[in-house]
Design a protein around this ligand. Structure first.
Ligand code: DGJ
Length: 731
């Protein structure tokens, strides 16, 4: 999988279908040679022919054709003649740029090391994963950079991360450290990203890569609703089923950046890592710093193939939670049913109806603690409100459990209300600038997770409540971006570390709590989908996809999210109509069919539904439970994009291809339209597949090559979910 050819200094990484090749070149520079479909290089010495050029800075006095700006680097430095946006910027104690790191050595080892303090994917023995660690050095300063690459051959994945170590005698300041850089020598590309906003997260956007730098990212302290830490370069015109795709995803929940630069020679560089705009880090003598992991996926068969690789890999190698491979419960959450106005009686009324409909988990959302009757107060005061819940959380949990359901509870542990006992006793625990009142978001402030005592207190509080064993599920919310990012405990020349120290504090809490309570199912949330990233998903194997629960809005949100993240990660709820976010009314079938492509839940008061609607809900839950394993763990394929028209469709195929479910949604209808013939994908060609409802039979080849006629809907917001099974598995 990882080979070193001494003769021409080639380091090559091979997965099942891909090759990634670099070379220790002249002057010990580590260059990027190739990444793409599996390939063999013959032994030659001119993989990168050099030519004399005009008006370039010559970086090697002995070679008039050696220009750094002309070379594809594996990790790029600034200051010696490469003028593109670099992988690293760092200065020594005199303020002089440390640049031009050169290869010193490399090691190849089995498995995959963890990254201290940061979440990452992991290898199991059966994966035959190998890790290449390349050491680059800067002799004068004593600073070394370690580039780590782990190859997962059967998953077709390569992960990268970077460590910097200061073995010199004086301090160094890092101003930028990317987790991965790839220099593409040639090619016309499109850039695909997942921009959005609250309530419309992860919409798909494509643009052609033209000269200059395009940069996407977050400076909000969270990975954000506005951009997901994902970017892909596509060969022009690449589609779901064809074309080359290079995916980059950062396992990080704070400020990140992806920079895409096309230079004068049409060479394209992509960098991904912590956002340098808000970052600096002092590295004292003897210290080291690790950058987060980037997960790289190549597909020569289009976007569906790339997504399939991410889905399988993340489904199996991102979260160590016991729930990662377990079927998830159908839940009801009281948030949109009651908001802050509830008491034990009203909750139990919803719960009792829920149980009757087949719900398995009752989740009590915001409002159960302190004086929390609105979002102006009490974050930080995690003591049950006895006016609402006289028997406390344990009493309520007992009652829910005795109905035969599990009990879940909402927290927002990173926050503090200025109107709270906690703030009155520890105002200094909130992030805030000296002599300037902090900006409030949703009427609340953010706790300074760089402070040890704050982290310790959050861990203590969570352990105390979860230690009662009354809680089977936790929804971990986080409802605002960071501002006033100043910590009175950090010296002035370390304030640039605070955003990252916040994330490290958060990961420490999540690690400790999820390890201490392995039997609790954790779901991440950040005002909906504001932190839907692999960093959080490492600790919590599901995430509330968006606060927008409208079935039509959810088509785009879930479709975009599926580019990278498997459907089992996506919390998807049926809510009341008119929808609380967009005011749209859709039938219960449409809402159920949109939600049941993911991790199905309900977020309404069943007591307010009509009998026909309750019957529909009951049937949805029966259907979902029957096919839950297939829906939650099957292979997901996108068929029709809601970004390209008024229809959306996708399908989920079981791992052995013996059954699949097709989902089809009509958004706005037009008069007198024909049926759509959609080509299915991912199933076997030869067998016969039977449509469970109608009994109609089709060959796999017909469904894939000719297609399947979708129903003709003549009114808005209609949908259908159709199950098929393979003929030889009939009975
Ligand atoms: C934002 C979440 O996304 C909602 O689901 C809900 O939990 C509220 N916060 C509660 O404040």
């Amino acid at each position: 999988m990882i080979k070193f050819s001494k003769k021409n200094n080639l380091l090559s990484l091979h997965t099942k279908n891909t090759s990634y090749i670099m070379q220790v070149f002249k002057n010990q520079h580590l260059l990027h040679i190739y990444w793409g479909k599996s390939m063999v290089l013959t032994e030659r010495n001119n993989y990168l022919p050099l030519d004399e050029r005009v008006n370039m800075v010559n970086s090697d006095p002995a070679d008039k054709s050696y220009y750094l700006e002309d070379l594809p680097f594996e990790y790029a430095f600034w200051g010696k003649g490469d003028f593109r946006t670099p992988s690293l910027t760092a200065v020594d104690g005199n303020g002089a740029v440390i640049s031009n790191f050169i290869y010193e050595s490399h090691t190849i080892s089995n498995g995959k090391p963890e990254i201290p303090g940061l979440p990452s994917t992991f290898a199991e023995e059966a994966d035959d994963a190998e890790t290449l660690e390349i050491k680059l050095i800067h002799k004068k300063s004593g600073v070394s950079i370690y580039l780590l690459y782990t190859v997962f051959p059967s998953f077709d994945v390569i992960t990268r991360n970077v460590k910097i170590e200061n073995r010199g005698s004086s301090q160094v300041v890092i101003n930028k450290i990317m987790s991965a850089t790839v220099d593409f020598v040639s090619g016309e590309y499109e850039l695909l990203t997942l921009p959005g906003a609250w309530g419309r997260e992860r919409w798909i956007e494509r643009q052609s890569v033209s000269h200059g730098v395009v940069s996407i990212g977050s400076s909000r302290g969270i990975s954000s609703h506005q951009f997901n830490p994902f970017a892909a370069l596509l060969s022009q015109g690449a589609s779901e089923g064809s074309g080359e795709v290079y995916g980059f995803n950062l396992v990080y929940s704070g400020n990140f950046v992806a920079e895409i630069e096309k230079n004068q020679d049409d060479r394209v560089r992509i960098n991904m890592g912590i956002n340098p705009f808000t970052f600096s880090w002092k590295l004292g003598a003897g210290e080291s710093f690790s950058a987060p992991e980037a997960v790289l996926v190549y597909s020569d068969k289009g976007l569906n193939c790339m997504s399939g690789i991410y889905h399988e890999f993340y489904g199996k190698r991102l979260s160590r939670s016991i729930y990662a491979r377990k079927e998830r419960p159908v839940l009801v959450n009281n948030w949109e049913a009651t908001y802050f106005s509830f008491n034990e009686k009203s909750l139990l009324e919803i719960a009792s109806k829920s149980k009757d409909l087949g719900i398995e988990l009752f989740v009590l959302d915001d409002g159960w603690f302190g004086e929390r009757n609105s979002d102006h107060t009490s974050l930080g005061d995690w003591v049950v409100n006895k006016d609402k819940l006289p028997d406390g959380i344990e009493g309520l949990s007992d009652k829910i459990r005795s109905m035969g359901m599990k009990f879940g509870l909402w927290f927002e542990p990173e926050m503090i209300s200025s109107d709270s006992k906690l703030f009155r006793s520890h105002p200094e625990w909130a992030l805030q600038l000296k002599d300037s009142p902090p900006a409030e978001g949703r009427n609340q402030l953010v706790l300074d997770l760089s402070r040890d005592e704050v982290v310790v207190e959050i861990i203590r509080m969570l352990k105390e409540i979860l230690g009662t064993k009354a809680v089977d599920y936790v929804k971990w919310d986080m409802n605002r971006s960071l501002t006033d990012v100043y910590s009175s405990t950090l010296p002035s020349d370390r304030q640039g570390e605070l955003y990252h120290r916040y994330v490290l504090g958060l990961y420490r809490i999540m690690d400790e709590i999820t390890s201490a309570f392995p039997d609790i199912l954790f779901e991440g949330c950040s005002a909906g989908g504001g932190r839907f990233d692999p960093g959080i998903l490492h600790y919590m194997p599901q995430f509330w996809t968006s606060d927008n629960t409208d079935a039509v809005s959810r088509l785009k949100i879930q479709y975009g999210t599926s580019l990278v993240y498997p459907q089992i990660f996506m919390g998807a709820h049926v809510s009341a109509v008119p929808n609380h976010q967009v005011g749209r009314s859709t039938e219960i079938e449409m809402r159920g069919n949109a939600a049941m492509m993911g991790n199905l839940g309900y977020e309404l008061d069943f007591n307010k539904l009509k009998n026909e609607e309750l019957d529909a809900v009951r049937q949805q839950i029966v259907f979902y439970k029957k096919y839950r394993k297939l829906i939650q763990f099957g292979r997901f394929y996108r068929l029709l994009s809601p970004f390209e028209g008024e229809k959306a469709s996708w399908m989920i195929v079981s791992q052995d291809k013996s059954e699949f479910i097709l989902f089809y949604y009509q958004i706005l209808a037009e008069a007198n339209m024909p049926r759509t013939l959609v080509k299915l994908t991912g199933i076997d060609v030869n067998p016969i597949y039977k449509e469970t409802g109608s009994g109609d039979i089709y060959s796999g080849s017909e469904l894939m090559y000719r297609g399947y006629f979708l129903p003709r809907f003549t009114v808005d917001f209609q949908s259908v979910v159709v199950h098929f099974y393979r003929g030889d598995s009939i009975g």
